[in-house]
Design a protein around this ligand. Structure first.
Ligand SMILES: Nc1ncnc2c1ncn2[C@@H]1O[C@H](COP(=O)(O)OP(=O)(O)OP(=O)(O)O)[C@@H](O)[C@H]1O
Ligand SMILES: [Mg+2]
Length: 226
């Protein structure tokens, strides 16, 4: 089973939660692989930080390009970063890379870039990619002021694309957030998909520690229901 990890915005904890899921499934003895199909912003080796972290959290030994087929230098919207270097992101290439990983791994955790409707090229978005990959979505809600609107808009878009939302994660970005629990309760009342866990603000954003706050059984139950 694979999951597409999207978020309410950029910088809301998609990579942290993706790694936490990888560690959690690995602890169940599964072969796991991270996948960052399109990354914008890379180092002098043409490597992106998210992809490196996802690769390190994978139990499969993978080449960098297997985890991240598209990496663009500038940390801007991916389709613009691609255009700046004369590249068009092709869905076919993403699918081929994904299938290679899915053929080896029990679980592939696919991290998007930014939020759900971020463009891939002049016509397609990450939402279209999730449709093509035909995998359920997990929404990471970065808890800070404004997140209720962002979360509900994201859920509406996921449903609007006829995608299954396997669950959502409440990720406490701002530990001083006023009415934190009430915000979570408000979302719980309005989101049908299960809340997989509330991840507190963790010193050093430790992904292995974050795993302890997620209930992967809520996902497993969905898998066995199929
Ligand atoms: N629960 C948390 N506790 C502490 N720090 C966190 C937590 N969640 C996220 N962070 C920190 O917030 C920042 C953004 O997190 P992360 O990189 O996982 O977000 P992202 O959604 O993957 O961002 P991007 O859109 O750049 O891919 C990182 O510095 C991360 O360490
Ligand atoms: Mg990330």
């Amino acid at each position: 089973m694979s999951y597409f990890i999207t978020g309410t915005d950029t910088g809301v904890g998609k990579t942290l939660i993706s790694c936490a899921l990888l560690h959690g499934f690995a602890a169940q003895g599964k072969l796991v692989s991270g996948f960052k199909p399109v990354a914008a912003g890379c180092d002098e080796n043409d490597h992106n930080e998210d992809a490196l972290v996802l690769r390190a959290a994978s139990t499969l030994q993978l080449g960098y390009g297997q985890v991240n087929p598209y990496c663009f230098p500038r940390a801007i919207a991916p389709h613009l970063a691609a255009r700046h270097v004369g590249v068009r992101v092709e869905m076919r290439r993403i699918l081929t890379s994904y299938e290679e990983l899915a053929g080896q791994a029990d679980e592939v955790i696919v991290e998007g870039a930014g939020g759900f409707l971020v463009p891939l090229n002049e016509t397609l978005t990450f939402a279209d990619m999730a449709r093509e990959l035909d995998i359920p979505v997990i929404l990471v809600v970065g808890l800070r002021l404004g997140c209720i609107n962002h979360a509900l808009l994201s859920m509406a878009a996921i449903e609007g694309h006829q995608l299954e939302c396997a669950g959502w994660v409440a990720n406490v970005l701002d530990q001083e957030m006023p009415a934190l629990q009430e915000n979570i309760d408000t979302l719980r009342e309005r989101i049908a998909a299960p809340l997989l866990g509330i991840v507190p603000h963790l010193k050093g954003a430790d992904a292995k520690l974050a795993t302890q706050y997620l209930d992967l059984n809520l996902l497993e139950r969905e898998q066995t229901d199929e």
